[in-house]
Structure formats: C-alpha cells, structure tokens
Design a protein around this ligand. Structure first.
Ligand code: UFG
Length: 322
C-alpha cells in the first residue's frame, strides 16, 4: 500500500487518482487544513495530523505501507513571508515526524514534493538540477532543508528518496473528477479564471517592472496530470530498488503573467480588466525548468506543453465546480 500525505490537496489528489488508476492501493493521510474530502475519490482517507507523531505512527501499524508520497505542507510563497514560524514548524516538524515513524516501521522509500522555490533567483535562464539552491523566501527554505534532511536520513538510515521539484503546478484532471481548490486562492491561473467568471471583482498583476520582455514575472507552468505521471515513474523506480535522486519538473518554457492573462481571455472568450500593483515580496523574476534529467532517467514525457490546453482543463473544472 502507498501512503499519500496531503492526498486531499491539489497535487496529492491528482497523484492519488493516477496511483489508483495504475492499480496501487492508497491510504490518504490529511488533516484537511488545506485539503478537501471531496477530492479524495480513491483509496482510504485517514484524517490526522503529522504534527502528532502517534497519529501517523498508527497508520503504519494499521496498513502495510510500502512507500510514502509526501505532499502535506504549507505551500504559499507570499504567506511564508509573513508567517515564517508556521512554515518552519509545520513543514519541518511534520516531515521529521514522518521520517522517524518510517524509520521505526522499516519503510525506506519516500517521494517528496520539493519546489522551484528552493533555487531562489536564477543565475541562468534555465534551471537544471545543478543550479545553486539559495531560496529567497521561508517556504523555499523549508523545502530545501527537507531535501537536506532526506539526504542525511538516506546516509544514516538508508531511507531512499526522490525529491521532485515542481515549477508552477496548474490545470485540472482532464477527466473532470478533481481540480484546484485553494481557500483562499492565491495562484495566478485560478485567480484569473475567477475574474473571468465574475466571481472575483478584479485581477492585480504583481509588478510590471521586472527585467522581462513585458515587465511581468515569468513562470514555467506544468500540468498537474504531468506531475502525476512523473510521480508514478519515480515511485516505480524507487520500488525497483534504485537510489535516491532529485528531479526538476517543468515544461522548459516560461510564460509571463501578462501572457497567461491573455491566454485566459482567448480560451474563455471573456474580456476583463487587469490592474497592475506592486511586486509581491519573495517573487523571483523568472523561473524556468530544465527537465531533461526527468525525461532521460525517469522517461517522463509531459503532454500538456501548450498553455491554452492547460488553461482549458482548469477552465472546465472551474466552471463545473463553482
Ligand atoms: N500573481 C499575480 N497576481 C495574483 C496572483 C499571482 O500577479 O493575483 C503572480 C505572482 O506574483 C507570480 C505569478 O503570478 O509572479 C505566479 O504566482 P503563483 O502564486 O501562482 O505561483 P508562485 O510562482 O508564487 O508559486 C508557485 C507555487 C509554489 C512554488 C512555485 C515555484 O505556489 O509552491 O510556484 O515556482 F514554489
């Protein structure tokens, strides 16, 4: 059985669907602080908190766990700037509890949700796995510290890990079963879609004075379905006895915030006003992934490379869900 922490969240729920589709049995452990019961449509949901070591230890007593996919975390760059204490406590302590319980239960395989935010301001136009990791916000720092924790646990206790560093996760299940639900929503694409739906009054682009062609930030948008297939490949590799490794996951092509707004207008056929505000603290200007390693070592082939196709899946979910 596969344990999916944070499996009621956005990325975890999509990976959970794919795991079940491919015949894995899953236990989802989630405290529902940011996750949603309705997104757990496959596997067994256990509501519990990783901060409480007994609650997570019980899952390993109750189910024959073979490997862990660890999504549970606080994940907002902006929020981490104003609530660093919560981020360090939640992300670090909960992961340490999980790893200690795994160690005691002799479960030695884990896939960890890391992030492009561990790199900080890029020194090159494309960020591959060798790029220095100098995070510029507490969120990124917690994820980098966990990568280091994992390396130490591998060296000392033989826990094998794969850290997958997502760039900007986006889109929704092409089958329409699940999608992105954040309360409050802070991510660019769903916010723009809410403005298109007239559910949100206005849209503010954070900064138009970055050193990019149109002055707005550039991000690499990677579809959540493609992230799910990467997790399945990484899991199979670990279950086959391979060593620990890290992979960047993105499309290798960046879109500016303004380009994303324009693509939403095109896909939805709806026009709306866009305002420009100040920069958001902790935002690097450009983040674009080099994912050749994931393609070569894992055999990963992202299929959603077209921004409009990505937005279409998110729009279909947004319309049916809200
Ligand atoms: N943005 C706006 N207006 C908004 C919301 C966002 O202009 O209303 C901008 C942001 O300032 C940024 C871009 O849109 O320039 C993307 O912002 P998101 O909040 O959608 O995503 P982030 O790039 O901040 O963060 C995401 C994930 C992180 C991850 C990071 C890695 O949420 O977990 O990608 O690239 F670390």
């Amino acid at each position: 059985m596969i344990l999916v922490t944070g499996g009621a969240g956005y990325i975890g729920s999509h990976v959970n669907k794919e795991l079940n589709k491919q015949g894995y049995e899953t236990v989802i452990f989630d405290n529902l602080s940011a996750g949603h019961k309705e997104l757990v449509k496959w596997g067994t949901l256990v509501i519990g908190n990783l901060a409480n070591i007994d609650e997570i230890a019980k899952v390993f007593e109750d189910y024959p766990i073979e490997a862990v996919l660890h999504f549970a975390a606080f994940t907002s760059v902006g929020e981490s700037m104003v609530k660093p204490s919560e981020y360090y406590r939640n992300n670090l302590v909960c992961t340490l509890n999980l790893l200690d319980v795994m160690r005691k239960a002799s479960v030695n395989k884990i896939i960890f949700s890391s992030t492009a935010a561990t790199f900080g301001n890029p020194l090159r136009s494309v960020i591959d796995e060798h790029h220095p990791q100098v995070p510029i916000n507490p969120y990124g720092r917690t994820k980098l510290m966990i990568e280091q924790m994992l390396a130490d646990f591998d060296r000392a206790y033989g826990i094998k890990y794969t850290a997958l560093r997502y760039f900007n996760a986006c889109g929704a299940d092409p089958g329409g079963d699940i999608g992105e639900v954040h309360i409050p929503e802070t991510h660019l694409i769903p916010i723009i879609l809410e403005v298109a739906q007239r559910k949100r009054e206005k849209m503010v682009i954070n900064g138009n004075d970055f050193s990019t062609p149109d002055g707005t930030c550039i991000r690499d948008y990677v579809h959540v379905y493609d992230l799910a297939t990467a997790h399945l490949l990484a899991l199979k590799r670990l279950l086959a006895g391979e060593n620990s490794d890290v992979f960047n996951l993105g499309n290798g092509k960046g879109f500016s915030n303004k380009e994303v707004v324009d693509a939403v207008k095109e896909v939805t056929g709806i026009n709306f006003e866009v305002l420009y505000g100040p920069r958001r603290e902790g935002d690097p200007a450009v983040l674009v992934a080099g994912s050749e390693k994931a393609q070569q070592v894992l055999g990963w082939r992202p299929i959603y490379t077209d921004l409009k196709k990505i937005i279409e899946t998110a729009w279909n979910w947004q319309k049916s869900h809200t």
